[in-house]
Design a protein around this ligand. Structure first.
Ligand code: MF3
Ligand code: CO
Ligand code: CO
Length: 278
């Protein structure tokens, strides 16, 4: 999700609402809605597993898109949320190497040593599931593995602090501190987001600390955490397709994303992989 730039106002930082302890428009999901979020989250996770064997040198990201699209429509009978979303032209996002997030699939072939984020968002029974992870094409180079590992650790540390009563800003604080300790930067131009009936709802989930965010978590909130971590500087550029985001210094970037539910005692990861522990 984009914070700044040429996007409709509700996707931008809205300081006034964000600083309230519970902005009026953060939705609290009831039991039935949580069941639907669980179901769509599980299918979202399954698509990331499904696409894994196809990620090899020589395949293009448009081919990966087409394979996912067909699987979503014909087998899973779910809707690819990115397709036609605010002018996005494909069904998945594929961000390679210095691409940060939201990148449009292209005809360029993947090559050995590339790192790639695949971001899947689908709609089932009106509710959204959103998850992304890094994959390596062949054996990763040291820097590629390192930035991916740090980004994943940032996500897990951010998730672990989630429980009712904590400040939303603790997530960003936790992520930023781990990234900085490892000499990486956190992208500030894009953030995680509330999710449910809408792809992007309030609150905005920043991956760095902002003391002005006073939102407090409550049971039944659902949102994503999706830190974008750069080996180099945090600054990003938006390409001419209006979606593909790259690091300004061309350094490698990595992102991992889960959809999270705030439970009575902590969190539930709605897009957890079968063999994954947080
Ligand atoms: N899935 C992305 C996110 O995590 C959003 C992509 S918007 C799209 O928020 F239009 F590019 F799909
Ligand atoms: Co997201
Ligand atoms: Co996503």
């Amino acid at each position: 999700m984009q914070i700044n730039g040429h996007k409709p106002i509700y996707l931008k930082k809205q300081k006034f609402k964000m600083y309230n302890s519970r902005p009026m428009n953060i939705t609290i999901k009831n039991k039935e809605e949580i069941e639907k979020m669980r179901a769509v989250g599980k299918i979202t996770a399954g698509i990331l597993k499904f696409i894994e064997p196809y990620i090899k040198a020589g395949i293009t990201t448009i081919e990966l898109n087409d394979i996912c699209h067909k699987h979503m429509i014909e087998e899973l009978k779910v809707i690819p949320a990115p397709l036609n979303y605010r002018g996005f032209t494909k069904s998945i996002c594929t961000s390679v190497n210095h691409q940060v997030c939201h990148s449009t699939p292209t005809h360029k072939k993947l090559k050995k040593g590339d790192i790639i984020n695949i971001d899947i968002t689908i709609i089932k029974d009106l509710y959204h599931g959103d998850s992304s992870r890094m994959f390596f094409v062949g054996k990763p180079k040291i820097a590629g593995k390192r930035v991916s590992d740090i980004s994943y650790e940032c996500l897990k540390r951010g998730i672990r602090v989630v429980k009712p009563g904590i400040k939303l800003s603790l997530i960003g604080k936790t992520i930023e501190s781990y990234a900085k300790k490892n000499h990486c930067s956190v992208v500030e131009d894009y953030c995680g987001h509330g999710i449910g009936l809408a792809f992007h709802e309030e609150p905005q989930v920043l991956h760095y600390f902002d003391e002005k965010v006073e939102t407090v978590l409550e049971e039944g909130m659902t949102f994503t955490i999706e830190p974008m971590i750069n080996i180099g500087k945090k600054k990003t550029l938006l390409l001419a397709d209006n979606w593909t985001v790259v690091t300004a210094d061309h350094s490698l970037s990595a992102q991992w994303e889960h959809t999270i539910l705030v439970t009575k005692t902590g969190y539930e990861v709605l897009t957890l992989q079968e063999n994954e522990t947080i």
